[in-house]
Design a protein around this ligand. Structure first.
Ligand code: 9MR
Length: 362
């Protein structure tokens, strides 16, 4: 069975001196890793963007092509071509792939819903896990085994109402993690969750329910190694409460779990042409978040959801699904691939908040 070998983050002394906006250099300076969500076509068709991604990223998260609905076309039939291309790119350039994601309620193949609900329904999940965890085991070290399982507003004891919950009951989280461990014994298994960052009642309820889920899994000795904090920040949600957030990160770390910031970006409200003011706001909000996150030694790294405003889901038109480059300015590089104040704020936070004696491996 293929396993992810260690690929060491260079020690500070080996890190080349590059621009002070370099997120990768700043992350390495603190013993952390940096990555971004990408699509292969962006790397293939856009040489300037490819160069930026190669310079900045240790880890690439497939934005679309590793999701279940994208791969598992029918029972026993997989379309692995698009993911193979991204994995090949990562292998060629010595990058890691972040395994996003095995179970997500928004990416279930249409045929699989009824199959899951029928007797023996776990087999369909088992065959997807086996196919991708073995095929990409050499480049994937971290897997988002279950994405977004918690939804306190759903009134199902705080777990999200989903086809997984309906077919298998709340125990599906344990079964998914155990199945993943059996498929890739050396991989690092994670739960990835959103809506954990703000001090309002909704996020507070989600934080509490996530902690309860983690305690439950731990009590039953379920294989779980880490938690992904998505960190889709939003300027319409107001300020974060740094003390409360620090406490939450500590509560996660106290459970023996490592943490990754997995999908960082910032949704703006202001759409004016005053880019200077907008960029300062985005940078300040992110700095307030990252200074807390990176103060926590259990946080191993950051990935942004995209690297440049040229390619951001936040610029996706809900109806057509097309993206208008540059509308929202919530990623470190602008649509001309120039570093923005956000980039400098991230690099500065990464450099200031150094926690590690030993570098983590990717
Ligand atoms: O950014 C992704 C968007 O282009 C896709 O249409 C969508 C459905 O596959 O998924 C988006 O990525 C999501 C991620 O997989 C999970 N967390 C929230 C992300 C943004 O919606």
């Amino acid at each position: 069975m293929a396993t992810a070998g260690a690929l060491s983050v260079p020690c500070l002394a080996e890190t080349p001196i590059i621009a002070d906006t370099s997120l990768r250099a700043a992350a390495h300076a603190g013993g952390r890793i940096f990555g971004a969500a990408v699509q292969f076509e962006q790397l293939d068709n856009d040489p300037a963007f490819r160069k930026l991604v190669l310079a900045e990223c240790d880890s690439l998260t497939p934005e679309l092509v590793l999701k279940w609905a994208a791969i598992h076309l029918a029972p026993g039939r997989f379309d692995l071509g698009p993911m193979d291309r991204l994995a090949g790119f990562a292998r060629t350039h010595g990058k890691r792939i972040h395994g996003h994601t095995l179970l997500w309620h928004r990416s279930i193949p249409a045929w699989a819903g009824p199959e899951m609900a029928a007797p023996g329904g776990w087999n369909v999940l088992q065959s997807f896990f086996t196919a991708v965890m073995q095929r990409y085991g050499d480049v994937v070290r971290y897997w988002d085994v279950v994405n977004e399982p918690v939804e306190p507003m759903d009134d199902a004891d705080g777990l999200r109402r989903s086809p997984f919950l309906s077919a298998f009951g709340p125990d599906y989280v344990r079964r998914a993690l155990e199945t993943a461990r059996a498929c890739a014994p050396a991989a690092q298994l994670m739960i990835n969750e959103y809506g954990l960052e703000y001090p309002d009642a909704e996020d507070e309820a989600r934080r509490a329910r996530l902690l309860r889920l983690l305690d439950d899994l731990r009590r039953r000795d379920v294989p779980l190694d880490g938690v992904g904090i998505q960190a889709h920040l939003r300027l319409d949600r107001g300020a974060i409460d740094q003390a409360a957030l620090a406490q939450f990160f500590q509560e996660l770390a106290d459970r023996g779990l490592f943490l990754l910031i997995t999908e960082l970006d910032v949704r703006e409200v202001d759409t004016s042409r005053d880019f200077g003011r907008r960029d300062q706001r985005v940078a300040a909000a992110t700095r307030a978040f990252l200074d807390v996150a990176l103060d926590q030694p259990a946080v191993r790294g950051i990935s942004t959801w995209g690297l440049s405003d040229r390619y951001s889901w936040l610029n996706e038109d809900g109806e057509s699904g097309t993206r208008q480059p540059g509308g929202n300015r919530g990623l470190p590089y602008d649509s001309a691939l120039r570093p923005k104040p956000l980039c400098r704020a991230m690099a500065s936070s990464l450099r200031t908040k150094r926690e590690f004696k030993l570098p983590y491996s990717l």
